[in-house]
Design a protein around this ligand. Structure first.
Ligand code: DOR
Ligand code: ZN
Length: 355
């Protein structure tokens, strides 16, 4: 798709934040974090480590490891990880309240048990966490939801829509002031849910769901590096996501869901879900907004709507995006024999970031 010819060649926006990010731990953390910190000022850090981040003590320790993994140059003083609490059947409202009051928790993340990578300790019945929702509503703590049912008899492409029907509608009806983010929305039903609800309900949208539809998973053969959850849907859904993201509505904001896995874990008999988009995420979003003739709404999506939802100020710094060449890195070593493969590895993009 070529952009309308009267689009601007440069655009300056608030320095963006990533409202949905996996940075992992150890050598992987050290490898992937600089790609995010190069561009983004803050990131909501997903808590689905092998030992999930379920307590303020674990979050504090993980936060420290993240800060220690930052490169020494300028970004170390700027980048702020915002920690999230991994909800389980056992999570208590008092611990959430205390951690939120202390500034440890920015939000809590609900994974339905076994919905995705690292969700084995997730919630078995999302309708049962009423005491948690009640408390989060009272204190204004955002609930971030992986919105997919897990029943094997629900088609994988319908799992988001069914989750909305079965759970989300009930949750927002019973807790009308609860701040809810439908993370990595992938369907027209998800977009409609967010747009139709007048309360504090929002969604993050990944760059890859704006760019690929489900055909891309099978283009010429099976493509494990394009597999994530929720899985990419039909073209009509992708177009609806593009409309919502570029509409200027503050209910939709940037969340990359960059989720690195070692290549050996992706190219396997049972390959992991997750797309590693951090190296060029902002350039990819710029391309989409350019193609949609909506660069004037990029600042709302990337720089303003997220902070507003979380009750924070936009970043004071700005970045400039300009037409120009950015080459997506190829495979990136993470130590030993292992490497990660970025989304679109080796491809040249037509936007670049100028600080
Ligand atoms: O594709 C995904 N990967 N979706 C998720 O929800 C989790 C993530 C991961 O942690 O790898
Ligand atoms: Zn995620």
């Amino acid at each position: 798709m070529s952009p309308p010819s009267d689009n601007p060649d440069t655009i300056t926006i608030h320095r963006p934040d990533d409202w949905h990010l996996h940075v992992r731990d150890g050598a992987m953390l050290k490898t992937v974090l600089p790609y995010t910190a190069r561009v983004f000022a803050r990131a909501i850090i997903m808590p689905n480590l092998p030992d999930p981040v379920t307590t303020p003590a674990k979050a504090g320790a993980y936060r420290r490891r993240i800060l220690d993994a930052l490169p020494d140059e300028g970004v170390a003083s700027r980048f702020l990880p915002l920690m999230t609490c991994y909800l389980t059947d056992e999570t208590g409202p008092a611990m959430l309240e205390e951690g939120f009051a202390d500034g440890v928790w920015a939000a809590a993340k609900l994974y339905p048990a076994h919905a995705t990578t690292g969700s084995a300790d997730g919630v078995t019945d999302p309708l049962k966490l009423t005491a948690v929702y009640e408390k989060m509503q009272e204190i204004g703590m955002p609930l971030l939801i992986h919105g997919e049912v897990t029943d094997p008899d629900v088609d994988i492409f319908d799992r988001e829509a069914v989750f909305i029907e079965r759970y989300l509608n009930r949750i927002v009806r019973d807790f009308p002031s609860l701040k809810v983010v439908l993370e990595h929305v992938t369907t027209r039903e998800g977009v409609a849910f967010v747009e139709d609800h007048s309360g504090p309900v929002a969604a993050t949208i990944t760059a890859h769901h704006l760019i690929i539809n489900r055909n891309a998973l099978f283009e010429g053969g099976i493509r494990p590096h394009r597999y994530c959850l929720p899985v990419a849907k039909r073209e009509e859904h992708r177009l609806e996501l593009r409309r919502a993201a570029t509409s200027g509505s503050p209910k939709f904001f940037l969340g990359t869901d960059s989720a690195p896995h070692a290549i050996g874990d992706k190219e396997a008999d049972c390959g992991c879900a997750g797309i590693f988009s951090a190296p060029t995420a902002m350039e990819l979003y710029a391309r989409v907004f350019d193609e949609e003739g909506a660069l004037e709404h990029l600042d709302t999506f990337a720089g303003q709507a997220g902070p507003a939802f979380y009750g924070l100020e936009p970043n004071h710094e700005h970045i400039t995006l300009a037409r120009g060449e950015t080459v997506t890195p190829g495979n990136i070593d993470i130590g030993g024999e292992a490497a990660v493969q970025p989304f679109g590895a080796g491809r040249t993009l037509n936007w670049e970031i100028r600080d």
